[in-house]
Design a protein around this ligand. Structure first.
Ligand SMILES: Nc1nc2c(c(=O)[nH]1)N[C@H]1C(S)=C(S)[C@@H](COP(=O)(O)O)O[C@H]1N2
Ligand SMILES: [Mo]
Length: 368
């Protein structure tokens, strides 16, 4: 028998024209759930409603034997147990995280992977040690270029056996608001969100927020691990190097109004004023404006956006009163950031389905 990694792990692929969601994609979707859109109601997402994405298995980490090592191009290598880490000055940051693959399932052709529609987002209050205080204590070599974070989870992806690993440029790693977090919403991290320690990189798509961190290596050449150099690149063709996926593009989501049909999720409202509300965020410049459309994006009207100047790294609530009359509608919201970037009605395609911020469409029927 000739058995190797190819027997269990094939290359990435695109769905054939008209090919429905496969059972492999369904298995991923059943493990990695989205935010139920009605939970956009909460400023801070209750932990169990926060979206979830884990490439391999959730590791069972024993806090008693867990250690964090900090080494590589540093003057003073460090090692911590959980108690030692918790003794450092702590801070809390409210952060919205969105998976870079959000929206992928609607692309044509569809990249075969976790089939998100629009719901791969959540906001939590993350508490932990600012990463820069640890790196400063370790005396990072000025010649260093990146910091590599290794999770305790292990698997094989597109033929490569690996620990989940990602790097950050040193300047990003030294940002004041980047955390090694051991609490989510005031409680110990749940196993699925990285217990006992995860990285939080405000403004960046989800893949950068390494869960179950056990090792930090300061390096003087750019990291070329799988999740850095192969996955999470914006490319048109499989054989080009592509651009790295980094910060979240501006996006607004709307809580589907009224009440749903069980199977189709079509919304039903009765005539009269309907409060439309949702959230908007961006990892680039802050979100400043949100507009609403009830005609599938033909015409737009401004929404009221709350929370100016608060919680820079979290989503903002927006509201709009819609005077509903009998008929069929397609509702949308779109965000614009402080530098004028907004959302497309038709998403530009890339092979991984990353960085999608296509406008959400919510079909609504209004009857007496
Ligand atoms: N160790 C590890 N960290 C990880 C991942 C993973 O599979 N392993 N998935 C990443 C991806 S792709 C996303 S979108 C976020 C999801 O974080 P959450 O599950 O806490 O919402 O975690 C990131 N960190
Ligand atoms: Mo992700």
């Amino acid at each position: 028998m000739n058995l190797d990694v190819g027997a269990v792990s094939g290359p990435g692929r695109l769905a054939a024209p008209g090919e429905g969601i496969t059972t492999d994609e369904l298995a991923l979707a059943a493990r990695n759930h989205g935010l139920p859109l009605e939970a956009l109601h909460y400023d801070v997402t209750p932990a169990g409603l926060h979206y979830l994405l884990t490439h391999f298995d959730i590791p069972a980490v024993d806090a008693a034997t867990w250690r964090l090592g900090v080494h590589g191009r540093v003057g003073s290598p460090l090692a911590f147990d959980l108690e030692a880490l918790r003794a450092w000055p702590r801070t809390t940051v409210r952060v919205t995280i969105e998976c870079a693959g959000n929206g992928r399932a609607r692309l044509e052709p569809r990249p075969v992977s976790q089939p998100w529609l629009v719901e791969a987002v959540g906001t939590a209050e993350w508490t932990g040690v600012p990463l820069h205080t640890i790196l400063t204590e370790a005396r990072v070599d000025p010649a260093a270029v990146e910091v590599v974070f290794t999770g305790a989870d292990h698997g094989v992806e597109r033929g490569v056996e690996q620990d989940y690993q990602r790097s950050l440029p040193l300047a990003e790693a030294m940002r004041e608001e980047v955390l090694l977090a051991y609490e989510m919403n005031g409680m110990a991290l749940p196993p699925q969100h990285g217990y006992p320690l995860r990285l939080v990189v405000p403004g960046w798509y989800g893949m950068a927020h390494v869960k179950w961190v056990r090792d930090i290596a300061v390096v003087d050449v750019p990291f070329d691990g799988f999740q850095q150099a192969v996955a999470y690149r914006l490319r048109q063709n499989a054989d080009e190097p592509g651009e790295p996926v980094t910060r979240m593009a501006a996006r607004a989501l709307l809580i589907p109004p009224g009440f749903p049909d069980f199977m189709s999720r079509t919304r039903v409202v009765h005539p009269g004023p309907v409060l439309l509300e949702g959230r908007a965020w961006s990892g680039l410049a802050p979100v400043e404006h949100v507009e609403v459309s009830v005609d599938g994006g033909d015409t737009w009207a401004p929404a009221v956006v709350e929370g100016a100047g608060e919680h820079r790294w979290a989503w903002r609530r927006w509201t709009f009163i819609w005077q509903a009359t009998v008929g069929r509608y397609t509702l949308s919201a779109r965000a614009a950031d402080a530098e004028g970037r907004t959302q497309p009605l038709t998403q530009a395609w890339n092979r991984g389905g990353f960085g999608n911020n296509e406008v959400q469409l919510v079909p609504v029927v209004c009857f007496e």
